[in-house]
Write a protein that binds this ligand. Structure first.
Ligand SMILES: Cc1ncc(COP(=O)(O)O)c(C=O)c1O
Length: 390
């Protein structure tokens, strides 16, 4: 069986990470990896998380199996975080803990494939690299729609023109905030238009919320999602605690299904549990237990998250200012209005290669840079490099 099969395609991101590590230049800049970094270049464990871990260790609870849906207090806390405490929609949602945001996306894709085989998933173009493989692995056909900017911000007309080909019952993948890789987010008015469009076309949003708290703030970043939930019968949400709690390797996330009313919730839960049972059975508990602790005493965690959000926003602003001072082309300066950790530079593969070879600046070949990877002392260097190649 193992004698004759081809190697799977290597992950281009890991190739870049390895080249960065092998690069001997002291002034090299790593903007590839999609994690938050502080001003010293570290991806720290949040203090609030460390304190929660101490509390959990000393309480020494059992490591016995947990429920198939994971930690119930975590699920309730995530529902509140996403929908808002006391939101009416809390009465018509089913949330279950998953193995990171990735696990939530895959579980929802499997759920959609189970209840409505052949559903097309519409994916932003450009998109998060793993959306298409995740949907395709569940057997869902994937089609692209443009997610680009006009002179003011998101070009919703372009998106709607492509989505016009969607059939009733299709699913559209949207990023709740901080679109990866472009940083292009809808305004609240645009979220309203998207909700009206989905209602008219009878297409169901699957909202990937991987960066809540990194755009405008924890509550602000959920406004679009909350509006969609208020306006539409059915919404799928995949949430990740990797970035906003810094729980990357603990693999902590949640899948939420919002139904037309509460009478469907039992069937939804049993179907979601049935899918995870045939996969990993139940999710790991540690990250969820930490999250519950953060939900119980939210202030310190929220403050740390807000400080991280500010650092990214300030870095973005400083980079845009530096580009403006240098007189760099306007098309480079639009990163000022984008949100979250990422921006997609308007540079082609060759220009990205020049950045890497001549200036030691590592972004992805498609032009994505992680603003959170930029240290304070590197902003001017990056601006000069961008101006030189762009
Ligand atoms: C848009 C988006 N969705 C989902 C994920 C996956 O999150 P997790 O690491 O929690 O699986 C990421 C991670 O980078 C992401 O950028």
């Amino acid at each position: 069986m193992l004698n004759n099969f081809p190697a799977a395609a290597p992950d281009p991101l890991w190739d870049l990470i390895n080249s960065f590590r092998a690069d001997g230049r002291r002034e090299k800049i790593d903007l590839v990896v999609g994690v938050y970094r502080d001003a010293s270049g570290n991806t720290p464990v949040m203090r609030a998380v460390q304190e929660a871990e101490v509390r959990l260790a000393s309480a020494a609870l059992s490591k016995s199996y947990r429920a198939l849906s994971g930690n119930h207090a975590f699920n309730a806390g995530m529902a509140n975080l996403l929908l808002g405490a006391n939101a009416p929609a809390l009465g018509r949602q089913c949330t279950i803990q998953t193995v990171g945001g990735t696990g939530a996306l895959r579980l929802l894709a499997d759920f959609i494939a189970r209840i409505s085989p052949g559903t097309t998933a519409w994916n932003t173009d450009p998109s998060y690299v793993n959306h298409k493989p995740l949907m395709a692995a569940a057997g869902l056909p994937v089609r692209p729609f443009r997610w680009i900017e006009n002179d003011h911000g998101l070009d919703l007309e372009a998106a709607f023109a492509d989505l016009d080909a969607a059939a009733a019952g299709d699913v559209v993948i949207l990023h709740g905030c901080c679109h990866n890789p472009t940083g292009i987010d809808p305004t609240f008015e645009q979220w309203k238009e998207i909700a009206r469009f989905c209602a008219r076309k009878r297409i169901t949003p699957l909202i990937d919320m991987a960066y809540q708290g990194f755009g405008e703030g924890l509550e602000e970043d959920a406004q679009g999602l909350r509006h969609m939930v208020d306006q539409l019968d059915t919404v799928f949400v995949a949430a990740s605690c990797s970035k906003n709690m810094g729980l990357y390797c603990e693999r902590t996330g949640a899948a939420m299904v919002i139904a037309p009313d509460g009478s469907f919730l039992g069937n939804i839960r049993s179907t979601l549990e049935n899918i995870t049972r045939a996969n990993y059975s139940m999710p790991p508990d540690h990250g969820a237990a930490i999250a519950v602790s953060l939900f119980e005493q939210p202030a310190p965690w929220r403050e740390e998250l807000e400080a991280a959000r500010r650092r990214v926003a300030d870095t973005r602003r400083s980079l845009a200012d530096a580009l403006a001072t240098l007189g760099a082309p306007e098309r480079l300066q639009v990163l000022r209005r984008q949100k979250g950790m990422f921006s997609l530079l308007p540079l082609d593969g060759q220009q990205m290669e020049r950045l890497r070879l001549e200036f030691g600046v590592y972004g992805t070949a498609a032009g994505r840079i992680n603003i959170a990877g930029l240290l304070p002392g590197q902003i001017d260097t990056l601006a000069r490099a961008l101006k030189a190649v762009g």
